[in-house]
Structures are given as C-alpha cells and as structure tokens.
Design a protein around this ligand. Structure first.
Ligand SMILES: Cc1cc2nc3c(=O)[nH]c(=O)nc-3n(C[C@H](O)[C@H](O)[C@H](O)COP(=O)(O)O)c2cc1C
Ligand code: SF4
Length: 775
C-alpha cells in the first residue's frame, strides 16, 4: 500500500501463489515456446493441404469440362477456398532425380501448336498423325503404352491446365510435350503464352520448376528468313523463348534440341529431321524408361562445359553449377591424388634430373616392378589411376589403349557458335569431327601438353594390342554417345545434331602417338572405307612407323623447336636420339609430299621456341618442303605438368606476336626462294596457315580439301598427288587479314555473350583454355 500496490498474498492459497511466482519467473520462455508450437502446428496443417493452381487468365474455351465435372467435391472446395501452397527457393535436385525413370505405363504425348495463318496448324495435324503411327510401332516392342497423341491449339486451352503442372490424369500416365511454334513480331496469343510461362517461373508461390514431372519436352519453330534473316534479327525468336522458359520450368528436361525451319524454304525438311530425333527419344523412353544420357534429369550433362551454358540458364542452374563446381574440385583433388599415387608408387629418382627418363605409368607399385611378370600388360587397365584420370578429363577409353573425346569445338559447332580453325582452312565441320587416338601412350612429355601429364609414356610398344575393329567400333560408339549427351544442352541446333550423327572427319591427335599403334594402317583404312577423312598428327619420333604409314588425308608432324636444345627443353623426349629421329622424320615427310598433304605444325611458346628461331624453322621447312605450315600460339592449360615445366600465362603469345613471327618466317622463306605464302588465319584460335604455292590457283588460295575426291583417288588404287584432291577456293573471310571467323556463326564468349567481330582487337587475343585452339 505504502508503494501504491495491492498485497494479495495473505488472501491467496499457497498453490496459487506458487503458480503466480512460477509465471513471473518463467513467463518469457513459456510465451516463446507456446508461440513456436503454434507456428509449427500451423505450418504442418498448411503443408498438408493440396496445392492448387490459380488462373489469371479465364479459359477461352475450356477443353476439359467433363474432367472438371468429375473432380471430387472436396477438391473443388479446396480449389476455391484454400490459398496456394508456397514452395519457395530454388529446386534442389535430389540424387534420385538424376535418372528420370518411367514410373508409369502410359505415355501421353501432347502436341501443342499455335497458328495465325494456318501453316503451323496444317503441319501440326500431319505431324501428330505420323507420330501416332510411329508410337504404335514402339508399343509393339515394349511394355510402355503410348496413348494417342493429343493435338492442342494454344489459343483454346487454359494454360493453367498444362503449364503450371502437368495434367493430373491418373497415376499411371506421364506426359511428354512437343510444341510447334511460329513467330510473330506483332501481338498474338504467343505473347500471353510466353508471359504465362515467365510468370509461372517467377511466381514465388510456385516451385520454380513445376513442370519437372514431365518426361521431357522439345520445341520446333517456324519462321521466315526473308523478313528475319538471322536469329539476332528475330528469326524464330518466339520458339527460342518458349524453349528457354520450358527449360526452366521443367528443370531442363529438353529431350531433343530446338528445331527451326523457314516456312518458305526448308521447314518440311527441318521438321522431318526433328521428328526423327523426337521419335528416337520416345523410343528410348519406351525401351529404357529414361531420356538417355546427357539430358538433365536423366544422367550426365555436358562434361566440363558448365561455363558454356547460356546466361538464360544461369538462374536455374545455380544449384547445379555449385554441384558441378564442387565436383570439379573433388575431381582435381582426385587427379592430384592419382598423380601422387603414380609418383609414390614409381618412386623413381633419376640420377640426372635433366636426363629424359623412360617411365611406365602402368606400373603401380614397387613390388610389380621388382618382380617382372611374363604376362603382357594393358596400357591403361580399368582400375589404374591413369584410367581414372583420363575418364575424369572426359575421355572414353576404348579397349586398353585407345581413347575418344569430343572437343570444345564440336560442342561449339553443335550450338552454331563456330568451328575450329580446320573449318576455316580445310572445310572440316567440327560437329562432324571425331577426335580420337589408338594409342594413349606417347614418347614425349611436351611442356604444353594439355593431357595433364597423366597419359602413359614409353619409347616402345610393350602392351597388349587391341584389334583395329574393336577400336574402330568402340571409338565411333563412344563419340556418338557423347554427341547424344549434348541433346539437352541449351542452344544445340536440331539440324546440326542430326548431321553430327554422321562422322565425316577423324582427328588422330587427341593424346599420345597414333602411329605407335601397330595396326595404324588397318585403322585408317577402316576410316577411309566409311569415307571418314583422316588428319593424323605425329611427334617426329618414330621414323620407322612414319615410313610405313599409308596415305592419310593430311599428315602432320609436330615441329616444336628448331634446335636440338630447345626441342629437348620443350618436348622433353624420352628417346636419347630424339634429334636424329626428328631429322629422319623430316626427310620422310619430304618424300611423302607428292603422295599426300603434309603439314608442319608449329606451337609457339614464348620464352621457349619463338625468339630468334624463325630462321631455324625456315631451315627445317627448306629441308622437308611441307605442303602447309600451321603456326599456333600455345594453349595454356594451367595443369601441374605445365606449371612444373615452368609454363605460365606469360608463355602464351598474343595474336599480334604470332602474326609478327609468321611474317618473319614468311620473309625468310621467300628470301630463300621457297614458294610459300600466308594463306589463311583463325584469329580466335591464334592460328595462321602458311601454304605452298602448289595450292594457289590464279592468285587464289585453295587450302580446302575435296574429301570425296580424296576417297575416289584412294579407291582407284592408282598413285595420286595432293593436288588431285585440292578443294575449292579458301573463303574470303578465312584468308589472311580477314580474321577467319565464319560469318554464318554466332560469335560468343565463354559465357555465351555476343563477342567482338573478327579482326577487332585481335592483337589482344590469347588462348588460355584447354583445347580452345583445337587440338
Ligand atoms: C506479321 C508477321 C510477323 C512475323 N514475324 C516473324 C518474326 O518476327 N520472325 C520470324 O522468324 N518469322 C516471322 N513471321 C513469319 C511466320 O512466323 C511464319 O510465316 C509462320 O510460318 C507463320 O505460321 P502460321 O501460318 O502458322 O501462323 C511473321 C509473319 C507475319 C505475317
Ligand atoms: S579441334 Fe580437332 S577434334 Fe576438334 S573439331 Fe577441330 S579438328 Fe576436330
């Protein structure tokens, strides 16, 4: 009272006083705990309520009223009264989702189309009929049941029924979407469709990939090149947008690349190709239950090409990229472990570290070395660190000593982003080129080798020999499998994908020394029999094999230095008589120059083999008189092997330095009266071509090859010369001074952004990534 408060204690029973005291002491934790329990309870209740779509666009002509009628009352009530479930954040792919497995028996293909002037509608009808026939065929040989494809006009459906979640028919049916989309630069239904896709993806209340339960999707666009000649100018832009948004909404279940056709020119042909590809995928789903390797959601994606993905995909890929980066880190660590393993197990200490040392990377422990076994070993056995390392780098190992890998340029060409320099110089389309080797082993350890120092090395063949048939079939299968893995990659062109399924060129230069393989002639004969051209690169260390090599389309010898000392420093050869072998190979090449196209390949490494060596190289050219000299700035790959050799980015010459060297070399050749000239360039790869005047006609360079003529010459059984299969004129854009980038291709940087035009700022170009410049 004295303090103005009532004292109730004398009036209350003891229990009540205890409770009040307790309350005063613990009221804060009690309130917080009660509040938390209430929130948890509320959240659980909330999550158990089924998720419901909300439509912003009233259905123009609801196609499925009957189905809606059939919906249970309870569901209708929920649809009307309950707010939508909120699933925020990025979708994280669970490991179980890595493989899309057909979890049902029925496959329902829906063909969506839109059409203003009816061309797409007519084509869509024919397309759906034909698809119905082919899916019936699949049904005969598999347990999957293909329901009759549905044909739906985007103008007459409620987008919410199909493009927020796949339709809910029954648990036994899964959906596959095909969309045939024209493009209009005026307001059409396609604008609201695209808006809907975009809104669905950005709607924070909905999962960012709500269409991921689909089996897959693919889009085909109709456009008109007359009015919209290029993609930048709008050709098929709306089909490209639909493809982009569906990739996001389905968590990248692009089952087949976007197809595009010009309504006035080639739409029918392009659509047919695309249809064949789509049927192939559907057949694959029916037989295996999955989309096949390479399509996200069903296996491996793009090897190491994560950084090549479009900006448009970044948003969706965020989580996946992090996983990929984590993976890369783990892989790097593993590679390191492997190399360490090799080092530890070999435990070799050369008496003189500067002396070349013959290493056998297939020997794994001291015990194995000290007790030689009479059994002939495999060069790259499956359980070896070398095997692990090479497969992690993306090589497919075929048999026990061969490998195949698709190069960055093959991927680039599949996406319409340019071929390697061999397209500019010789007309090789990169997406039809297979890069392979029948011998992963090499007798050099070049400082710039981007094979990460993990390939086996040796001076003699001492391993088990696989038959050429096994290698030939194996590398083709490995190549096609890797091409198929590109199917779901953003930007892959349907027509290039179709073309890529026919190998036309083989670069025998991947890793190791191809002529080391004892049956190399049988192997190249198999290539030629299937009209696959052969570009074979050897390291000028095996004169006996080089002498007996039968003609290939183009025969290369790597010329990495012009003096004995710099060759020893740069190639780090295992043969002690490496210089004599090198000289002998040059002599052999001279003899072969009228039987096939012979090429010197110079790889310029600043601080190793450029300075003051132009004269030395001119001497070598004079000695061998090759048909061509390819000069290329070294590609820095940042591996431990290159770093160990003291190679850094400082050793990579700028393009202007390569140009200056080439001009000096060319001047030295003409001073000697040798008839050569600078014919072509590919600035993007830091690569320039000097050619013999034998390939110049009426003042124009003809560095390209007539491949069919080459096969005719071979099949005739008569002797022939390189001039006999000389191709058409080198295109103007590829000739010296014009940059060498095919104007038909889109030029982008590694992030997919448009890039400077050829010729602009080329002096600043340095090629700094593994196989960027082509092998
Ligand atoms: C007004 C108009 C605008 C068009 N805009 C584009 C365009 O921006 N890009 C394109 O590639 N094609 C464009 N086209 C071509 C159409 O996409 C093409 O003719 C298509 O086949 C039409 O299909 P449809 O007859 O089914 O409506 C346009 C055609 C018209 C009539
Ligand atoms: S870089 Fe080599 S393997 Fe790749 S496309 Fe060009 S020639 Fe073929």
């Amino acid at each position: 009272m004295a303090h103005g408060k009532w004292n109730l204690r004398p009036l209350l029973p003891v229990e009540v006083i205890d409770i009040v005291t307790l309350w005063h002491t613990y009221r804060v934790p009690i309130i917080i705990t009660t509040f938390t329990i209430l929130i948890i309870f509320r959240t659980i209740l909330h999550l158990r309520v089924p998720r419901v779509k909300v439509s912003d666009t009233p259905p123009l002509s609801p196609k499925l009223p009957a189905e809606k009628e059939k919906a249970p009352l309870e569901e209708k009530f929920v649809a009307e009264k309950v707010p939508r479930r909120i699933v925020g954040g990025l979708k994280k792919r669970k490991s179980s989702e890595d493989e899309v497995v057909l979890a049902c028996q029925n496959i329902q293909v829906i063909v969506f189309f839109s059409s203003l002037t009816t061309t797409t509608e007519k084509r869509a009808k024919v397309f759906a009929d034909e698809l119905a026939q082919s899916t019936k065929e699949f049904a005969k040989s598999t347990s999957a049941i293909f329901l009759e494809p549905q044909l739906l006009d985007l103008s007459y459906i409620d987008y919410d029924d199909y493009f927020i979640t796949p339709p809910k028919a029954d648990a036994n049916t899964q959906y596959f979407y095909l969309l045939l989309i024209p493009t209009y630069n005026i307001d059409t239904v396609l604008d609201s469709f695209l808006e809907h896709l975009q809104e669905t993806h950005n709607d924070f209340r909905i999962d960012t990939a709500p269409l991921s339960p689909l089996l897959g999707y693919s889009v085909f666009g109709f456009g008109d090149r007359e009015g919209w000649p290029t993609e930048e100018e709008g050709f098929c832009s709306q089909a490209r947008d639909v493809d982009k948004w569906l990739a996001k909404l389905t968590a990248r279940k692009r089952a087949f690349p976007l197809g595009m056709g010009d309504s006035k020119v080639d739409a029918a042909e392009r659509l047919r190709e695309w249809m064949e590809g789509v049927e192939d995928v559907l057949g694959h789903i029916a037989t295996t239950g999955g989309l096949g390797e390479g399509v996200i959601g069903s296996g491996d994606a793009v090897e190491s090409d994560v950084e090549d993905l479009d900006d448009e995909e970044d948003e969706v890929l965020f989580e996946e990229q992090k996983v990929a980066q984590r993976k890369t880190k783990v892989q790097k660590k593993d590679v390191l472990n492997d190399v360490e393993d090799i080092g530890n197990t070999l435990n070799l200490t050369p008496a003189d570290p500067s002396e070349p040392l013959e290493l056998d990377f297939t020997t794994y422990n001291k015990k194995a070395r000290s007790t030689p076994t009479p059994v002939i070993k495999e060069m790259v056995p499956k359980n070896s660190p070398t095997y692990n390392s090479l497969t992690k780098q993306g090589y497919s190992i075929v048999g026990s000593h061969s490998g195949v890998k698709i190069c960055r340029w093959t991927k680039s060409a599949l996406r319409g982003r340019g071929s390697c320099y061999k397209y500019s110089f010789y007309g090789i389309a990169s997406h039809q080129c297979m890069e392979t080797t029948p011998s992963l082993s090499c007798s050099n350890k070049c400082v710039f080798c981007w094979r990460h120092g993990t390939n086996p090395v040796g001076t003699t063949w001492r391993w088990k020999v696989d038959p050429p048939e096994l290698i030939f079939d194996g590398v083709k299968a490995g190549h096609y499998q890797k091409i198929k893995m590109m199917r779901g990659v953003p930007g892959v062109r349907a027509e290039r994908f179709a073309e890529a399924m026919r190998i036309r060129h083989c670069a025998l230069s991947l890793v190791g020394e191809p002529i080391f393989y004892p049956h190399i002639n049988e192997f190249t004969a198999m290539l030629h029999k299937e009209h696959i051209s052969s570009f074979l690169v050897c390291n000028a260390q095996h004169p006996d094999q080089l002498r007996t090599l039968k003609p290939v389309t183009q025969l290369y010898v790597s010329i990495d230095a012009s003096t004995r000392e710099s060759l020893r420093k740069i190639d780090r050869p295992l043969h002690r008589d490496f210089w004599e072998r090198f000289q002998e190979c040059l002599q052999i090449l001279r003899e072969k120059r009228f039987q096939q196209r012979t090429v010197f390949r110079l790889t310029l490494v600043k601080g190793f083999n450029i300075e003051d060596e132009a004269e030395g190289y001119a001497d070598l050219i004079e000695k061998s008189l090759p048909c061509f000299v390819e000069i290329k700035g070294v590609t820095y790959c940042g591996t431990s092997s290159s770093a160990g050799a003291g190679l850094t980015m400082q050793n990579v010459p700028f393009y202007e330095e390569v140009c200056a060297f080439v001009e000096a070399l060319n001047a030295s050749l003409s001073k000697r009266g040798l008839e050569y000239g600078i014919a072509a360039e590919h600035a993007h790869s830091c690569c320039i071509l000097i050619a013999s005047n034998r390939f110049k006609m009426e003042g124009k360079w003809h560095t390209r090859i007539d491949y069919e003529k080459f096969f005719q010459c071979l099949e005739s059984g008569k002797s022939f010369t390189p001039e006999d299969y000389m191709g058409p004129e080198t295109p103007e854009w590829a000739t010296w001074g014009n940059g060498g980038f095919d104007p038909r291709d889109e030029r982008v940087d590694r992030k997919g952004r448009p890039k400077i035009l050829p010729g602009e700022a080329v002096g600043k170009v340095k090629v700094g990534k593994e196989d960027e410049a082509g092998e």
